[in-house]
Write a protein that binds this ligand. Sequence first.
Ligand code: FAD
Length: 277
Amino acid sequence: MNKGHTINVLDKGYVQYIDSMGDDTYPVRAARMSTSGSFVSWEPYEGHPRGDQGILEYLYKNQHNTPFEMGDLILEVKAPIFVFRQWQRHRTQSFNEFSARYSFMPDEHYVPALDRVKGSSASNKQGSGEPLTEGLSADFIEAVRNEQADVYQTYESWSQTGVANELSRINTPVSRYSKMWAKANLRNWLAFETLRLAPDAQWEVQEYAKAVADIIKALWPRCYGLFEKYTLEARSFTKAERDAMCQLLLAPDSVVHLKTLFSSEAAYKEFMAKLVA
Ligand SMILES: Cc1cc2nc3c(=O)[nH]c(=O)nc-3n(C[C@H](O)[C@H](O)[C@H](O)COP(=O)(O)OP(=O)(O)OC[C@H]3O[C@@H](n4cnc5c(N)ncnc54)[C@H](O)[C@@H]3O)c2cc1C
């Protein structure tokens, strides 16, 4: 992926790849350094039938996390301020944001698309649920647009009158677009992705997390594949849930032929070890 590659998000936002350090070999190199070795090959070689994918997977699967901190990624993000409010909770990232004290702010606000406007979710108090009638959604969007225009006009006119930027901007809305650089190491970008790709994250933030995922996938395809396998698509179970699984799957008259569900004897044995450990 070339530096400057930009992925558009929402109506006026984007995520842009600024710079990075390291690739999929870095976690392997860092881990092997501790035993005076290095990365050898992704192809099979003596004693390593899966090449160095084997050690990469071993590290990720067993949460040997520090080798995944050896890669760094800087992104430029243009997003509504309410997205930044959530994004900047991730304290392991470093941020540098556009200064609305120093600069006059452009007239750029997020206006949700008609089909984004939904009622409250019945199952998740923080989330959105079913679509509203088209008329109600359209009224909401028009009201949002009008209010943004009114507030911006007030901001602009007070600024022109000579009020300092840092004061004329104080009533502007969280739908206003801002820009920032965000930097973190690969481990912490993946932690961000775990929380912000999840279905309970706000839809707008998920859209940004998808763009970030595309960039990580292009730069660290193997690490991202392991993240999908062991984190994003994986689930953990409570004791009660595990007991229920044991009861169902290990009952003498169980209709599930467990072994047949696994691609290899080793995978089957690993699952059994987890189930009954
Ligand atoms: C769906 C969703 C809803 C949310 N709702 C709310 C809400 O209503 N109100 C609200 O205030 N927040 C809310 N949050 C924010 C959430 O509580 C976290 O602040 C945010 O997700 C950042 O996660 P983090 O702390 O793991 O990340 P980071 O700050 O990046 O930290 C990464 C990891 O570093 C370690 N770490 C960092 N700082 C410390 C520290 N000071 N002490 C100990 N360990 C540390 C922890 O292991 C942490 O997991 C919500 C988040 C999500 C995803």
